[in-house]
Design a protein around this ligand. Sequence first.
Ligand code: NAI
Length: 253
Amino acid sequence: MTQMEGKVALVTGAASGIGRASALALARAGAAVCVSDINDKGAAETAARIMDAGGKAIALTCDVTEAADVSMMVAATVEAFGSLDAAVNNAGIAGSFDARLHEADDQLFERVLAVNLRGVWHCMKAELAQMLARGGGSIVNIASVAGLIGAPKAAAYTASKHAVVGLSKSAAIEYAKLGIRVNAICPAYTDTAMAQSAIEGNPLMARIMERAIPMGRLGGASEIAEAVVWLCSDASSFVTGHSLALDGGLVAL
Ligand code: NAI
């Protein structure tokens, strides 16, 4: 797989889960990858795995809620590898999945919006400015099926992911004639630390998740990463403004 040969990509939240799988897959496809996360050890481990396999990577500590961190991440990527062709805005948190809206915690609402929405906002601003300067690129925002349908007891998360889908569509239209494509990926429950922490808090959750998905199983991070590589690459050159559900049939219900 060499769809990304000679290209430069960055992935936020790449210390674990979908972000790590995406960074590894982009590197396998030939990209030089900036691996960024608030978790510096995890980011360094992802970058080390890429380099051990013969790929090119740098690891950066970046809190996506901080515009200055995000600017630094984009500048450091360009300094290290010469350009920015693809960006995967993946960093996100679940917040809490156990309170109805009127009982939900206000601070948690603010935090979920800060990471999942403002983080993507900061990233898109810096990435779009860089991609405009060099005449093109592809941005992939990791939303969720909760960006397409409602999710009970997860109003803040659902609102943040619907907003990510909206940001992606608006930007896709704004930059369509300027060589920049913007798409969202909407996974259903995927077997990562995020899903595992929900299962630990509620042992029934694994069965609930599996039953919600027509295929009867959780997704794998590597299954999401396959679509990330495709949307980052020229193989998807006529696709923009799309919200791709990777969900074992969930939103078809
Ligand atoms: P994860 O918890 O394994 O990975 C999330 C990563 O984001 C972590 O490495 C974490 O350190 C990083 N992160 C958190 N806050 C950050 C911040 N302020 N700045 C930079 N990095 C930060 O979770 P997972 O499952 O891999 O999630 C990745 C994305 O996929 C998230 O946006 C999540 O909402 C989305 N998603 C996950 C699903 C699932 O079932 N696992 C389903 C649908 C969407």
